[in-house]
Design a protein around this ligand. Structure first.
Ligand SMILES: [Zn+2]
Length: 302
């Protein structure tokens, strides 16, 4: 099933592309641990909010790593629920970061809900692709689906690309003695290769079978770092020839830069700038994605 020089995927923080050539399908399997733990560490969120953020990180890596371009793919949720904003970024080369905001008052008032539908409310999920050079950014929007992140993504592909797509995403907290709390996320997507067959694969028995197989894919298989990705694919698709590609490592990455913040601050009118410093005369800004705090003595900006 593997290429001759195949190196097995690591236990976590990777995306593994694969193909089912006879069925005209391709897919990706991914698992996050260190990258998702780091990305979530900067955000004081209730567990239900962390879960959605971890799942969105997985989705952005799943989609972003499929693009052959330099640049960024963002997944954004804007809803009228307590989780009113969420952004995750995938940077070409395997970098990931995310940010989410849960309004504490609304969250308490709603009875501290754990389900996606109540937390996110009504709104939209946006997928934005920003190529690094030249090309125009692209944005696709779908209404939020009460079914969660995976259901939103399936709707996105059905509407915007009209590609048969099935997707499963899971996230769970991990507790390890000594190393503290963290978050794992896992995801798998199987999708028709565009333009391969004249018929719509969705009307075939083969596709129905793939849907059935995907229903048997458990959260444990997506998340448990003791279970090799290859074993999961082999169990699911043992009736098919599975062709594995090399896995791509994923890591936490933030694009904030002190110089950029400094030049933004320097563009402020002097009167506004004077209102910003703490009592010690230092302006402190915090990056919402990575939690880094940057300090600028007021005197350095004038
Ligand atoms: Zn940052």
């Amino acid at each position: 099933m593997a290429e001759s020089h195949y190196t097995p995927a690591p236990s976590a923080d990777f995306v593994l592309p694969f193909e089912l050539p006879d069925a005209g399908l391709r897919g990706r399997f991914l698992r996050l641990e260190t990258s998702s733990t780091r990305a979530l560490a900067a955000h004081p969120l209730p567990e239900a909010g962390q879960r959605i953020l971890a799942e969105a990180l997985a989705l952005s890596a799943l989609l972003g790593s499929a693009l052959k371009m330099e640049g960024r793919l963002s997944v954004q949720i804007k809803g009228d629920g307590p989780l009113n904003l969420l952004v995750t970024d995938y940077f070409a080369g395997g970098g990931l970061r995310g940010y989410a905001r849960v309004r504490e008052d609304d969250f308490a008032e709603a009875g501290r809900p754990a389900d996606f539908a109540t937390l996110a409310g009504a709104g939209a999920l946006a997928i934005t692709i920003e190529p690094k050079k030249g090309a125009q950014p692209y944005q696709g929007l779908v209404p939020l689906s009460p079914g969660g992140i995976a259901a939103c993504a399936e709707n996105y592909f059905a509407q915007s690309e009209q590609l048969a797509t099935v997707l499963k995403v899971a996230a769970a907290p991990i507790y390890r003695s000594g190393s503290g709390h963290g978050w794992r996320a896992g995801a798998m997507m199987v999708q028709a290769v565009p333009g391969l067959f004249a018929e719509d694969i969705r009307s075939t028995d083969r596709w129905q079978k793939v849907l059935l197989f995907m229903q048997t894919l458990s959260d444990i298989e997506l998340l448990d770092t003791e279970i090799a990705a290859e074993s999961v694919l082999w169990r699911l698709f043992h009736e098919e020839a599975v062709r594995l590609r090399s896995s791509l490592p994923l890591h936490f990455q933030c694009s904030c830069r002190k110089e950029r913040i400094s030049s933004v601050l320097k563009s402020y009118p002097a009167a506004e700038l004077r209102d910003l410093p703490d009592a010690d005369g230092v302006i402190r800004t915090r990056c919402e994605f990575c939690g880094s705090v940057y300090e600028f003595p007021l005197s350095s900006l004038q």
